[in-house]
Design a protein around this ligand. Sequence first.
Ligand SMILES: Nc1nc2c(ncn2[C@@H]2O[C@H](COP(=O)(O)OP(=O)(O)OP(=O)(O)O)[C@@H](O)[C@H]2O)c(=O)[nH]1
Ligand SMILES: [Mg+2]
Ligand SMILES: [Zn+2]
Length: 251
Amino acid sequence: MGDRVELSAECDSITEIYPRSCSFVRPAVANINQMIVVISTVYPKVDLHFIDTLLFGIETRGIDAAVCINKSDLDEDGSISEVFDIYTKAGYKTIITSAKEGRGKEELYALLKDRITAFAGNSGVGKSSLLNLIGDDLNLKTGTLSEKTEKGRHTTRHTELLPLPCGGYVLDTPGFGKLDLPPMTADEAEKYFPEFAPYRENCKFTGCSHTSERGCAVLEAAERGEIAQSRMESYIDFYNKLKEYKKWQLK
Ligand SMILES: Nc1nc2c(ncn2[C@@H]2O[C@H](COP(=O)(O)OP(=O)(O)OP(=O)(O)O)[C@@H](O)[C@H]2O)c(=O)[nH]1
Ligand SMILES: [Mg+2]
Ligand SMILES: [Zn+2]
């Protein structure tokens, strides 16, 4: 969803599909300039590793990423502020919303204005509900959660491109919970963790992998709490997984 095409004079067929400026397999979208990763800390509970995989994939496409923590009305144990700190510290614009109570509507609106944005995240986090909050007439179908698993029921089945009253477009996408890492060598992974940038020049060894070296400025920053522990763990996991990639998988 999101391809730019040329139509025949009668507008009944596609005569050309233009090259994509960026494209994703999950969610299946193209030519967007921003992706908002929607999280809920309860029902369904956030999986930080999955969120980091999503953000990593967005970074590799060179488009803007933002984080939206929804269902703030259900926050009982303060985990929203923990997650907020993790992604703010990582340099991502992070907002807190409640589609149920209308919290964060203005901030979300400001983020979407005049841009082409795709929403991404697990099923049941409230992507469609947030869009209904923004565009009063959208009337997107929203789902219930499975009582047994507290997970979403994959209510949105297809990606929908919606024009916004404030200017811009937004793509509502079906939720998903698993994602492969984009193919690259392990040494490239550090580029896609924006919060490493101020530190990586100061590592003792050139070619430092930031996974275990002595004198690694990135690991030291994590030690001091300037880089979130969960982000560091995701990075080390990605690095090790990418090391396992075979040459043919990098093509
Ligand atoms: N309490 C609360 N419930 C919410 C909020 N946002 C969404 N929900 C509920 O969460 C459930 C799932 O919402 P959806 O908007 O369908 O979630 P989705 O992310 O679009 O899910 P998929 O389409 O399956 O990917 C529904 O029962 C919503 O009413 C919120 O801010 N607070
Ligand atoms: Mg939906
Ligand atoms: Zn290092």
